[in-house]
Design a protein around this ligand. Structure first.
Ligand code: NAD
Length: 528
C-alpha cells in the first residue's frame, strides 16, 4: 500500500491543460505537519525494508514496472494533458524511460553495490584486509520539476527504493496530476505502508520544510537559483544534496557531419517537449562551409512540423507548460531581434486552440554571443544557430557558459568527434545524437559548473543513494599490537623510519639498513 499523509488540508491547486486551457483536476495540498509525519513513518519502516534484501525489493519494484507497461497509454495521456507535451513525447521520454529505469536498477543494483573488497595498499599494513559496503542513505527527499514530471522522479524513486531507502516525493505544483499518476503506479508495488509518500507542498514552503523534516539526503532537480538556496539551507544541518540543475546545451556540427541526421536530431532534441528540456539543443555552432546548407535544411524540415493540442498523436509539437516560461522565451526572442538576429518562426498550425500556450518552433539565425538566448538557458522551442570558423571556435563558445550539462558533436569522423568530446566542459557528450541519454538508465547524469552537484542515474546514481561503509579487519590474530602502539621509544621511532626506507629509499644500502631497524619493532608486535 502507498501512503500519502493528508491529515489536514490547507488549500488546493487546480491543474490546467496548457494546450487547451481546460481544467483537468484539483489537488489538495499537504501541510508541513503531514510532511513531518510522513518522514517519521518512513524512518520507522526503512530499516525493515533495508533488511528485506535486493530480491524482495526487486519483486515489489517489478510490480510497478508491470503497472506502467499495462497502463502506458493512459499514463501518456495524463502526462500530455498535464504538461501540454505530445503523447509521443510523453510515451517515449517519460513512460518508456521510467519502465526501462526500473528494469535496469532492479537487475543491476545488486551487482553494482555489492561488497567491494580492497587489495592491500602497503607492505607495512600487510595484515589489514578491508571492504566497502554501500549503506542506504535512510529517508531520501526528492523534489522534482514539471518538465519531465514522470520520468525524472521515477528514476530517482526507483533507485532509492531498490537500494533500501524510504522516499518522500514532492512533484512540481504545475504537474500535480502526474504526481497522482506516480502515486498510483507506486501503489501497485504493494510496498510497506509509509515507505513512499507523495507530499504536495508549494515550492516556497518545501525547501525549508524538507530540510527540517529529518530526511537524510535531498535529491533536487530544477533551477540553478533554487538549487543554490537549498544547498545553503542544507549546509546548516550538513544534509547531503544532489542537485540536477539547468543547461544551455551546445550542438557542434562539423563540416563532415551527416547533415540530414544533424538537422533531424536538432529538431527533435531542440523542439520536443516544446524545448522545455534541461538538455535540449539550445545553441547550434555550425562550421562555416556547411552553415548555409544546414540552415536551409533546418528551415525546410521545421516547416513540416504540426503544432497543437494532442488528440490522437496528430501533432508533432505541443504547448509550453506555464505562462511564466512562455513569457520568458518571448522576452529572449525580443532581445535577439533587437540585437539583429534573423528570426524564422513556423506560421501557426491550422486549428490552434487560442487558449493554448503555444510558441511556434523558431530558428534564430546568425545568433551572437551577446544575445540572452545564447547566454542563458532557453526553455522553449527555439534554436539559436551560429556559424563558426572551425571546431576550435565552436569548442571555445560551447564552453563559454556558467552551465555545463550536456553537449553534442556531429561528425562522420568518430576519432575526431571523440577528441572534441574530450574538450567539452559538460557532464555528458553525445556523438551524432542529443538529449536522449537521460533515458539511458545505465549512463550517469549530471553537470559540470552550475549545472549541478552529484550524479543521478547509472552506477553513480545508485551510489549516491547510499553511503560507503568501510570495514577494516586484522588478519594476524597473533599480533598483540600494531608497531606504533604504546609504549613509545626512540627504538620504535627508528623502526618506523626503517619501514619507510625499506619501502621507498632510493639507495639499496639504505633499504637494507632499514630492514635491520624495522625487524625488532615488528617482532615487538607479537609480545604482550
Ligand atoms: P524550479 O527550481 O522552479 O522548481 C523545481 C522544483 O522545486 C519544483 O517542484 C518546485 O515546486 C520546487 N521548488 C521551487 N522553489 C523551491 C524552494 N525554494 N525550495 C524547495 N523547492 C522549491 O524549476 P522548474 O522551473 O520546475 O524546472 C525548470 C528547471 O529545471 C530548468 O532550469 C531546467 O534546466 C531544470 N532541470 C534540470 C534537469 C537536470 O536533470 N539537470 C532536469 C529537468 C529540469
Amino acid at each position: 500500500m502507498t501512503t500519502t499523509t493528508t491529515t489536514s488540508t490547507r488549500g488546493s491547486i487546480p491543474s490546467v491543460n496548457p494546450a487547451t486551457g481546460e481544467t483537468i483536476g484539483v489537488t489538495e495540498l499537504n501541510t508541513v505537519a503531514d510532511l513531518n509525519n510522513a518522514v517519521s513513518a518512513a524512518h520507522k519502516v526503512q530499516p525493515a525494508w533495508e533488511a528485506a534484501g535486493y530480491k524482495e525489493r526487486r519483486r515489489h519494484l517489478l510490480l510497478v514496472r508491470d503497472y506502467i507497461v499495462e497502463n502506458a497509454e493512459s499514463l501518456a495521456e495524463i502526462i500530455s494533458r498535464d504538461t501540454g507535451k505530445t503523447k509521443i513525447d510523453a510515451l517515449s521520454t517519460e513512460v518508456m524511460s521510467a519502465a526501462m529505469a526500473i528494469s535496469y536498477y532492479a537487475a543491476h543494483a545488486v551487482g553494482i553495490l555489492k561488497r567491494k573488497r580492497l587489495s592491500g595498499g602497503s607492505l607495512l599494513t600487510f595484515n589489514k584486509r578491508s571492504y566497502v559496503d554501500r549503506v542506504p542513505a535512510g529517508v531520501v527527499g526528492i523534489i522534482s520539476p514539471w518538465n519531465y514530471p514522470f520520468a525524472i522522479p521515477f528514476h530517482e524513486v526507483a533507485m532509492a527504493l531498490i537500494t533500501g531507502n524510504a522516499v518522500i516525493l514532492k512533484v512540481a505544483s504545475q504537474t500535480l496530476m502526474v504526481g497522482k499518476a506516480i502515486q498510483a503506479a507506486i501503489a501497485a508495488g504493494n510496498f510497506p505502508p509509509g515507505l513512499f509518500s507523495l507530499i504536495n507542498l508549494p515550492g516556497t514552503v518545501a525547501g525549508n520544510a524538507f530540510l527540517e523534516s529529518g530526511i537524510n539526503k535531498l535529491f533536487f532537480t530544477g533551477s540553478v537559483a533554487v538549487g543554490k538556496l537549498l544547498m545553503a539551507k542544507a549546509a546548516e544541518r550538513l544534509i547531503p544534496v544532489s542537485l540536477e540543475l539547468g543547461g544551455n546545451d551546445a550542438m557542434i556540427v562539423c563540416r563532415d557531419a551527416n547533415l540530414q541526421r544533424a538537422v533531424n536530431g536538432a529538431l527533435w532534441a531542440g523542439i520536443s517537449n516544446a524545448g522545455q528540456s534541461c538538455a535540449a539543443v539550445e545553441r547550434i555552432y555550425v562550421e562555416e562551409p556547411v552553415y548555409e546548407a544546414f540552415v536551409v535544411l533546418l528551415k525546410e524540415k521545421m516547416q513540416g512540423l504540426k503544432q497543437g493540442a494532442d488528440q490522437n498523436c496528430d501533432v508533432d509539437v505541443g504547448a509550453m507548460t506555464t505562462k511564466e516560461q512562455m513569457k520568458k522565451v518571448q522576452d529572449q526572442l525580443r532581445d535577439a531581434k533587437s540585437k539583429g538576429a534573423r528570426i524564422f518562426a513556423n506560421p501557426p498550425s491550422s486549428g490552434l486552440n487560442p487558449a493554448g500556450l503555444f510558441i511556434p518552433p523558431t530558428i534564430v539565425e546568425g545568433a551572437t554571443d551577446d544575445m540572452l538566448l545564447m547566454r542563458e538557458e532557453i526553455f522553449g522551442p527555439v534554436l539559436g544557430v551560429a556559424s563558426v570558423k572551425d571546431v576550435d571556435e565552436a569548442v571555445r563558445k560551447a564552453n563559454a557558459s556558467t552551465l555545463g550539462l550536456t553537449a553534442s558533436v556531429w561528425s562522420r569522423n568518430k576519432k575526431k568527434a571523440h577528441a572534441i568530446a574530450a574538450r567539452l566542459e559538460v557532464g555528458s557528450v553525445m556523438i551524432n545524437d542529443h538529449l536522449m541519454s537521460h533515458g539511458l538508465a545505465e549512463t550517469p547524469w549530471g553537470g559540470f559548473k552550475e549545472s549541478g552537484i552529484g550524479r543521478t542515474h547509472g552506477y553513480l546514481g545508485l551510489e549516491e543513494m547510499t553511503q560507503p561503509r568501510v570495514v577494516v579487519d586484522d588478519m594476524l590474530p597473533g599480533m598483540q599490537k600494531n608497531m606504533w602502539w604504546y609504549p613509545h621509544s626512540r627504538k620504535v621511532f627508528d623502526g618506523l623510519l626503517g619501514g619507510l626506507d625499506v619501502l621507498y629509499a632510493k639507495r639499496l644500502t639504505k633499504r637494507l639498513a632499514g630492514i635491520f631497524k624495522l625487524v625488532p619493532v615488528f617482532l615487538r608486535s607479537f609480545q604482550k
